[in-house]
Design a protein around this ligand. Structure first.
Ligand code: G
Ligand code: G
Ligand code: MN
Ligand code: NA
Length: 254
């Protein structure tokens, strides 16, 4: 049985779901956004991690219908929080390279917003540096089209992509997500302290917000607060959890 066949079937048979992980404001601890993370519950193999199936989905093109569904599902979730009278949150959706290059990308984004009724400024799209560096003019044009719709743009896994800063500054993005590898062993690891502080200072100079990813300890949190990081995301605050669980938590503690 091929994973490709299983994957195409997964969408139709409701085996895919989204988990949500909050991003909290580094200064006041309040939740300001949630990142949608794809989950696959396979009927016989159990939970398959995204790192094990997204590469297949990319290769086979299955990521296009799956990504279209992710966009709609994530926008619906953000809209539902609003409909229940909760403080509004941004929802962040990861795009894969193949989605970013696909001619229907803009249509699929518009469709998700129109169908859910979510206002565009509550949606944030995450792309990686490598997606931007393959064809810079295409990337700039596509990002501008997305930005003109009122959607925010984030560079995910920032610092791991070998892209030059002179190229990156041409990209019309709003936010950098510092890769979680740089948080490792802070405050013991002096190199990581230097790298993280420098990325955050640079982002501030460029007028960009920063999310530090992979925050697992109070020591990391205090370090990030001291250097005026904007937002934090990681297991210290919450693991990725299903929407109903997140909603119950958010209702109790908005
Ligand atoms: O939760 P974590 O194991 O959930 O995610 C592993 C990887 O899968 C991350 O690099 C994340 O960006 C990626 N990922 C999670 N959800 C999606 C999605 O909906 N679309 C794409 N393209 N990547 C995703
Ligand atoms: O590439 P992207 O940043 O989209 O991937 C998000 C991934 O990071 C998911 O797999 C998610 O489960 C994972 N993640 C989120 N918070 C933490 C954390 O605090 N520690 C670790 N090790 N992984 C995390
Ligand atoms: Mn991400
Ligand atoms: Na990341």
């Amino acid at each position: 049985l091929s994973i490709e066949h299983d994957l195409r079937n997964a969408l139709a048979s409701n085996q895919l779901s989204l988990a949500y992980q909050p991003q909290v404001n580094a200064q006041d601890g309040r939740i300001s956004a949630i990142e949608a993370l794809l989950r696959w519950q396979h009927p016989t193999r159990g939970a398959i991690p995204p790192d094990d199936f997204i590469p297949y989905a990319e290769e086979t093109g299955a990521i296009i219908p799956i990504g279209r569904w992710v966009l709609l599902e994530a926008c619906n979730a953000a809209k539902q929080l609003q409909a229940e009278g909760l403080p509004h949150l941004k929802v962040c959706v990861n795009l894969s390279a193949r989605q970013f290059d696909h001619p229907d990308l803009i249509e699929h984004i518009k469709e998700a917003l129109a169908t859910s009724g979510l206002a565009p400024h509550w949606l944030e799209l995450e792309i990686t540096e490598s997606m931007l560096m393959r064809d810079m003019q295409y990337a700039i044009d596509t990002l501008n089209r997305i930005k003109m719709m009122g959607i925010s743009l984030a560079i995910d896994d920032f610092g791991t992509g070998y892209s030059s800063l002179s190229h990156l500054k041409k990209m019309p993005v709003d936010l950098l997500k510092v890769d979680r590898s740089f948080l490792h062993d802070i405050p013991k690891d002096k190199d990581n302290i230097a790298i993280t502080s420098t990325i955050i200072a640079m982002a501030r100079q460029l007028g960009l917000s920063v999310v530090a990813e992979g925050v697992e300890t109070k020591e990391q949190m205090r370090f990030l607060q001291d250097i005026d990081c904007t937002l934090m995301q990681g297991f210290l605050f919450s693991r990725p959890i299903d929407f109903e669980t997140f909603k119950a938590h958010y209702k109790a503690c908005p």
